[in-house]
Design a protein around this ligand. Structure first.
Ligand SMILES: Nc1ncnc2c1ncn2[C@@H]1O[C@H](COP(=O)(O)OP(=O)(O)O)[C@@H](O)[C@H]1O
Ligand SMILES: [Mg+2]
Length: 392
């Protein structure tokens, strides 16, 4: 293992915030690779995660996110390359790493007949926390995740979202420097997701920890991440803030939103056609927006360079038609669009032979792909006691 490689920063992996730029990364991966037989689940991963940032590891099911996390935790041994967590090699010092890292697996389980507080006490004991310290900390983290008033109810009475929040509390009990959450918003309703993301933001701001979050639900998590890494078929194909990626993948087109007030005789089709006839406008799509009774359209502009001329032309046309403008804004591409562009580009350059098919029966892609999983994951299927014992 070439330690010198760790001194070199991964290309394109600068943190977005000045706040964290001065700091040393707390998680570092260089050439990190995991093979299952001849199948490469994680392929030469280079990554830096800094204290005080929320880093989103984003990619579809089967991209290699969980495998990467398991290597960071010392639960799965890299085939080659290296990873350091808080300066430690997780393969050699898994217990020290576990002391520093709070981990919420994608299938976190608790003892259903114990209360939230009792479950956290169990975790505290596993982490050898002194009783007094533990009780204080348990109350603090339960309050932080908004479970203080349900702390003494049995976990079996909790909603899925509450269990998820208890999972975060569980990861926080040992006061970690790093929090790793694997698919933390899966199967929670939209309000629960918003609460969860809000909680993550407050935790990172309040405690200055690094948060690594793996998700295949791009639209849900993009708002909370300072930086994201886009994962596809085992490779991290790009890293940056959502804005940076938008610039990188936005291509030569841009998008603006145009809204006009709807009056009784407003002819939406005629306005749409009028917008489409403006120079530089290549596509017009009605874009209903909740909360207003206006008529809105998304306009795709090409080339991006003449966007201001096009905006001026659109404005003139609307005024000339006696319409009342309610909106004329530039929108950046969503992470979902960025992701599709990036992944398509990546798969195209890899060439068809290496592209892992999503067709049924090929067994190399998507969630139902190749199992068995690592030891920690298999243990979790057997129930909380086995998982509890092996996860920490
Ligand atoms: N223990 C294992 N044995 C064989 N293949 C595995 C094992 N664990 C994961 N894989 C495969 O590695 C790929 C990446 O899986 P995973 O890391 O779980 O992806 P993600 O978390 O992004 O959904 C998948 O194709 C998966 O089936
Ligand atoms: Mg996963």
């Amino acid at each position: 293992m070439a330690t010198s490689a760790l001194d070199r920063a991964a290309p394109g992996s600068r943190p977005a915030r000045t706040r964290s730029r001065a700091k040393e990364p707390i998680i570092t991966a260089r050439g990190l690779t995991k093979m299952y037989g001849t199948f490469t689940a994680v392929d030469r991963l280079n990554l830096d995660v800094y204290p005080g940032e929320i880093f989103g590891l984003l990619g579809p099911n089967g991209a290699g996110k969980t495998t990467t996390i398991l290597m960071m935790l010392g639960l799965s041994e890299p085939t080659s390359g290296e990873v350091r967590v808080a300066g430690l090699d997780p393969t050699r010092r898994p217990l020290d790493v576990k002391r520093r890292v709070g981990y919420l697996p994608d299938d976190a389980g608790f003892y259903p007949t114990l209360t939230g507080r009792q479950n956290l006490r169990y975790t505290a004991r596993l982490n050898s926390l002194a009783r007094g310290t533990a009780e204080d900390r348990i109350s603090t983290v339960l309050a932080q995740v908004g479970l203080a008033d349900r702390a003494d109810d049995r976990v079996e009475t909790y909603s899925r979202g509450m269990r998820q929040r208890l999972g975060i509390a569980d990861a926080l009990v040992k006061d970690p420097d790093i929090l790793i959450l694997d698919e933390p918003t899966v199967a929670i309703d939209p309000i629960g997701v918003a609460e969860m993301l809000d909680l993550m933001r407050r935790l990172v701001q309040g405690r200055g920890i690094a948060l690594l979050l793996a998700s295949h639900l791009l639209d849900q998590v993009q708002s909370v991440c300072d930086r994201v890494g886009i994962f596809s078929a085992g490779r991290l194909i790009n890293v940056g803030s959502v804005d940076e990626l938008a610039r990188r993948y936005g291509g030569d087109r841009s998008e603006i939103l145009v809204g006009v007030e709807a009056a009784p005789r407003t002819d939406a089709a005629a306005i749409g056609a009028r917008l489409a006839s403006q120079p530089g406008v290549v596509a017009v799509e009605p874009r209903p927006m909740s909360g207003d009774g206006d008529l809105n359209w998304a306009l795709t502009l090409d080339p991006k360079a003449s966007e201001s001329e096009t905006r001026a032309a659109v404005l003139r046309a609307i005024l000339a038609d006696g319409l009342l403008l309610t909106r004329l804004t530039r929108t950046s591409p969503s992470l979902d669009q960025i992701y599709r562009t990036a992944v398509e580009g990546h798969l195209a350059t890899k060439g068809r032979v290496e592209v892992r098919s999503t067709e049924p029966g090929t067994g190399t892609q998507t969630s139902g792909g190749r199992r068995p999983r690592s030891v920690g994951r298999r243990a979790s299927r057997r129930g909380p006691s086995a998982r509890k014992g092996e996860r920490r």
